[in-house]
Design a protein around this ligand. Structure first.
Ligand SMILES: Nc1nc2c(c(=O)[nH]1)N[C@H]1C(S)=C(S)[C@@H](COP(=O)(O)OP(=O)(O)OC[C@H]3O[C@@H](n4cnc5c(=O)[nH]c(N)nc54)[C@H](O)[C@@H]3O)O[C@H]1N2
Ligand SMILES: Nc1nc2c(c(=O)[nH]1)N[C@H]1C(S)=C(S)[C@@H](COP(=O)(O)OP(=O)(O)OC[C@H]3O[C@@H](n4cnc5c(=O)[nH]c(N)nc54)[C@H](O)[C@@H]3O)O[C@H]1N2
Ligand code: SF4
Ligand SMILES: [Mo]
Length: 673
C-alpha cells in the first residue's frame, strides 16, 4: 500500500490559503500537516484543519444522492442513483422553464470552496439555462468598494511587509481566529520593538495576545475615529506635506470642509473613545516610521461600511505610509485580475441579460420579494444559506415553500440540505482537482486529487457537466475535466500570471504572483493620484454618518469562532465541543442590572426573531455590547434558531454588502415574559 505525503491546499474561505501535506495510505487520508515549504503559511495549521482527515472520512459525509420523502425540513429522504437524481432535476427544470422561463431558476453559491474551478463551476450551465444571476456580495464588498473609491485598483501591501513596520493597527480583525498566519509578521515586528494597537468593539483573544493598546469603539463608528485621527494629524503637524502635494488629490478640501467637525472631543462623543486616546493614537500613527493597518471585515458590515472603508483608506496617505517599506494597509487582496476566469464563468453564454438577485436578500427573493417570475427552482452548492445568510426566519420561510424545487449539493447534511428536494453528495478538496489564490497573500497553488471520491460523491464541476448533458448542452467546455480547464486557464491568463514559476505551479508547489517594484505607489486610479476627493462619488468627500442601528439595547457582535469557519466545521462533534454551547457574552454590570447570571439560558430578540443562548459574563465586553461565538447549526441551538435569525437583509451604503454586525437586540431570561 502506498504511503506518502502529498501536497494540497486548504480550500476554505480564509485569507491564509495554507499549503497542506496530506498523508495518503491507500485510498485514505490518514493525517494532515502544514507544508513547511509554503512561503507564507510555513507549516502552521489552525485548530480547525489539524484533523482535516476526520472531515474527509467523517461518517457524516453524504454518500449518495437523496430524494425527499417527508415534509420540507424534516430530513426524510430515500436513496437514489445519480442517474435518477439528475433525471428528476432535468425534468423539473424543463417544467419550470416552460411555465415560468429560465429566470425562475436561481443558483445560490458562495465560498464553501475557494478553488478557481469548483467555486465558479455552475456559472456556465446557469447562463445557458437563462437562469437568474446571484449578486455574491455576502462578505466584504463594501470594504472593497471603499478602497476602490480612494485607491482604485492599486495593489495592497503583502502581509509580510508588516514585519518591517514599527506600528501595526489591527482594525476590526480577529486575527487569532481568522488569519492566524498574520501573527507571524506581527511577532517579527514586535520583536524589533513595534507597537500593536487593536481597534475593536470588545477585548478579543487577539487583543489579549498581541495588543500593546486596545481601543474600544462603539460599533459602526470607526469612520469617525479615522476622521479624528486625521484632524489630530493636522493639528499636531504630523502630515507628510510633500507626499500629499505630489500624490494625493483633495486633502485641502477635506481639511477645510470636513476635519474641523471632528475634534477629539466630538469624536469621543460619537465613538466612546476618550479624547486623549484619539490624540495619542494620532500621535503614534503620525510619528511612526512605517505604520501598517491590517483591516478586518467586521467594521465594514454596517450601513455605513463603504464610507468607513473610504475613510480608513485615506489615513496612510496623510502620513505618506504607502511610500515606506513596512507601511501601508492590507484589507483584502484582489488577485482575481491575474486570471482569465471568464473562461470558466462563460458570460458569453448569456443570451440576454437576466435578473440579478442579491445574496443578502435571498429570504425576500424566495418569499415573493422579486419581480416576475417567482423563484421556483433553487440550486445551492458550496453554501449554507439557512445558517449563514441574514434574516434566517425569512430564508427558512422561503426554503419551506412546498412549490419551490430545491437541489443542494453538499458534503454534509447541513441546515439547508434538510430543506432540499434532491441532495447530491459533494467531494472534499482531497478528492478533486483545483487551484487556489488567496485574499490575504499573493500566493497561488494547484492541488490534485489525492484520493478517489468517497462513496458516490462528485465534484461541483463533474456535477454541472452531468446536468449540462441532461439539459442537452453540447458546448465543448462541458466535456472537459477540471484539470484541463486549469491548464487552459493558466495558459490563457494575462501577463501577471506569466511571471510566476511555471514549473513549480504545475508541479503543485506554492508560487507567488510577482509584485512590481514599488507596487504600493503605483496608484491605479482615474487621476493617477490617491483620490480623497472623488468626483464620481456622492458625496465627493468622505465623511462619517451613523450606521442603521435599531431600537434594541445591545449591539450584537457575531464574532468568528476559533473552531468553525462560517458554518463549516460544525459537522465535527469534536470542534463543536471545543466551541462549547451557543453562548452570548455580556458585561457584568449589564448582567447585574438585568438580573441575569452566568450559564443561564437567555433570549436575544429584535423585530426579526429570537435566539436562545447560554449566557457568559465577562468584562472583556463593554456595556451595551453582546458577543456571540460564530455561526452554529440549528441542531446545536438550544432554541430553534441561530445567530442569523437576528441579522437583517439591509445592504451597506455602497457595494451592496451584508450588514451582519449592524444589529441591535434586547436580552432577557428565557423563561421570563
Ligand atoms: N476561525 C474562523 N476563521 C475565519 C472565519 C470564521 O468564521 N472563523 N471566517 C472567514 C471569512 S469568510 C472571513 S470574511 C474572514 C473575516 O475575518 P475578520 O475580518 O477577522 O472577521 P470579521 O467577522 O469580519 O470581524 C472581525 C472583528 O471585527 C470586530 N468588529 C465588529 N464590528 C466592529 C466595529 O464597528 N468596529 C471595529 N473596530 N471592530 C468591529 C468584531 O468584534 C470581530 O472581532 O475570516 C475568515 N476566517
Ligand atoms: N452572523 C454571521 N453570519 C455570517 C458571517 C458572520 O460573521 N456572522 N460571515 C459571513 C461571511 S464573511 C461569509 S463569507 C459567509 C460564508 O457563507 P458560505 O460560503 O455559505 O460558507 P459556509 O457556511 O461555511 O458553507 C459552505 C458549505 O459549503 C460546503 N462545501 C465545501 N466544499 C464544497 C465543495 O467542494 N462542493 C460543494 N458542493 N460543497 C462544498 C461545506 O460543507 C459548507 O456546508 O457567511 C456569512 N455569514
Ligand atoms: S482555515 Fe485558514 S488557517 Fe486554517 S488551515 Fe485553512 S487556510 Fe490555514
Ligand atoms: Mo467572508
Amino acid at each position: 500500500m502506498s504511503n506518502e505525503w502529498k501536497k494540497s491546499v486548504c480550500p476554505f474561505d480564509c485569507p491564509d490559503a495554507c499549503g497542506l501535506l496530506l498523508k495518503v495510505e491507500g485510498e485514505k487520508v490518514t493525517a494532515v500537516k502544514g507544508d513547511p515549504a509554503h512561503p507564507y503559511t510555513r507549516g502552521l495549521l489552525c485548530p480547525k484543519m489539524a484533523h482535516y482527515e476526520r472531515s474527509i472520512h467523517s461518517p457524516r459525509r453524504l454518500k449518495q444522492p437523496l430524494v425527499r420523502t417527508g415534509k420540507k425540513g424534516a430530513g426524510e429522504f430515500r436513496e437514489a442513483s445519480w442517474q435518477e437524481a439528475i433525471g428528476i432535476i432535468g425534468q423539473r427544470w424543463r417544467q419550470i422553464i416552460a411555465e415560468y422561463g429560465g429566470e425562475a431558476i436561481l443558483p445560490v453559491s458562495y465560498a464553501g470552496t475557494m478553488g478557481l474551478v469548483q467555486r465558479n463551476a455552475g456559472h456556465a450551465l446557469f447562463h445557458k439555462l437563462g437562469a437568474s444571476r446571484l449578486e455574491r456580495t455576502l462578505c466584504s464588498s463594501a470594504k472593497g468598494y471603499g478602497w476602490e473609491a480612494v485607491m482604485g485598483g492599486t495593489l495592497q501591501a503583502e502581509p509580510d511587509e508588516a514585519a518591517k513596520s514599527d506600528l501595526i493597527l489591527v482594525w476590526g480583525a480577529h486575527t487569532l481566529a481568522t488569519n492566524i498566519h498574520f501573527l507571524h509578521p506581527v511577532r517579527q515586528a514586535k520583536s524589533k520593538g513595534a507597537k500593536v494597537w487593536v481597534i475593536e468593539t470588545h477585548i478579543t483573544e487577539t487583543a489579549k495576545l498581541i495588543a500593546d493598546r486596545t481601543v474600544l469603539v462603539r460599533p459602526g463608528t470607526d469612520g469617525a475615529l479615522a476622521l479624528g485621527i486625521m484632524h489630530e494629524l493636522q493639528r499636531q503637524g504630523l502630515l507628510d506635506s510633500d507626499f500629499l502635494h505630489r500624490w494625493v488629490s483633495g486633502f485641502e478640501r477635506l481639511a477645510a470642509e470636513v476635519l474641523p467637525r471632528y475634534s477629539p472631543a466630538k469624536v469621543a462623543a460619537i465613538t466612546g473613545v476618550p479624547a486623549t486616546v484619539v490624540t495619542e493614537l494620532a500621535e503614534a500613527y503620525g510619528k511612526a516610521a512605517a505604520p501598517f493597518i491590517r483591516q478586518g471585515s467586521g467594521l465594514y458590515r454596517y450601513g455605513n461600511g463603504a464610507m468607513t472603508a473610504r475613510l480608513i483608506s485615506c489615513l496612510p496617505a496623510l502620513v505618506g505610509a504607502y511610500a515606506k517599506p513596512g507601511g501601508g494597509t492590507l484589507g483584502d487582496l484582489s488577485t482575481g485580475s491575474a486570471f482569465n476566469t471568464s473562461m470558466i464563468t462563460r458570460e458569453d453564454f448569456i443570451d440576454k441579460p437576466t435578473r440579478i438577485v442579491s445574496i443578502n436578500r435571498l429570504g425576500e427573493a424566495l418569499t415573493g420579494g422579486v419581480s416576475e417570475p417567482p423563484i421556483m427552482g433553487l440550486y445551492v452548492y458550496h453554501s449554507n444559506p439557512a445558517s449563514v445568510y441574514p434574516d434566517q426566519n425569512s430564508v427558512l420561510r422561503g426554503l419551506s415553500r412546498e412549490d419551490l424545487f430545491t437541489v443542494v449539493h453538499e458534503r454534509f447534511m447541513t441546515d439547508t440540505a434538510l430543506y432540499a428536494d434532491i441532495v447530491l453528495p459533494a467531494t472534499t478538496s482531497a478528492e478533486h482537482d483545483d487551484a487556489y489564490r488567496s485574499y490575504g497573500h499573493y500566493g497561488l497553488q494547484r492541488a490534485t486529487a489525492c484520493i478517489p471520491p468517497i462513496a458516490e460523491a462528485k465534484s461541483n464541476w463533474e456535477t454541472f457537466c452531468l446536468l449540462a448533458g441532461e439539459m442537452g448542452f453540447a458546448e465543448p467546455i462541458f466535456r472537459q475535466s477540471a484539470a484541463e480547464l486549469l491548464d487552459q486557464l493558466f495558459e490563457k491568463s494575462g501577463s501577471w500570471l506569466a511571471g510566476v514559476d511555471w514549473q513549480k505551479l504545475q508541479a503543485g508547489e506554492a508560487v507567488t504572483l510577482p509584485l512590481p517594484e514599488n507596487y504600493k505607489m503605483q496608484f491605479r486610479t482615474a487621476s493617477g493620484k490617491i483620490e480623497i476627493v472623488n468626483p464620481r462619488e456622492t458625496p465627493e468627500l468622505p465623511d462619517w454618518f451613523p450606521p442603521y442601528g435599531g431600537s434594541g439595547e445591545f449591539s450584537l457582535m457575531t464574532a468568528p469562532s476559533l473552531y468553525s469557519l462560517n458554518s463549516s466545521f460544525n459537522e465535527s462533534a469534536e470542534l463543536v465541543a471545543k466551541k462549547g454551547p451557543m453562548s452570548l457574552t455580556m458585561n457584568p454590570l449589564d448582567a447585574n442590572r438585568l438580573v441575569l447570571s452566568e450559564g443561564q439560558r437567555v433570549v436575544a430578540c429584535n423585530e426579526l426573531g429570537e435566539v436562545t443562548f447560554i449566557l457568559k459574563i465577562a468584562d472583556s465586553v463593554p456595556g451595551g455590547v453582546v458577543v456571540a461565538d460564530g455561526v452554529s447549526w440549528l441542531r446545536d441551538a438550544p432554541g430553534r434558531r441561530t445567530i442569523n435569525a437576528l441579522t437583517s437583509q439591509r445592504l451597506t451604503d455602497r457595494g451592496k454588502g451584508s450588514t451582519f454586525y449592524d444589529t441591535k437586540v434586547d436580552v432577557r431570561a428565557e423563561n421570563c415574559c
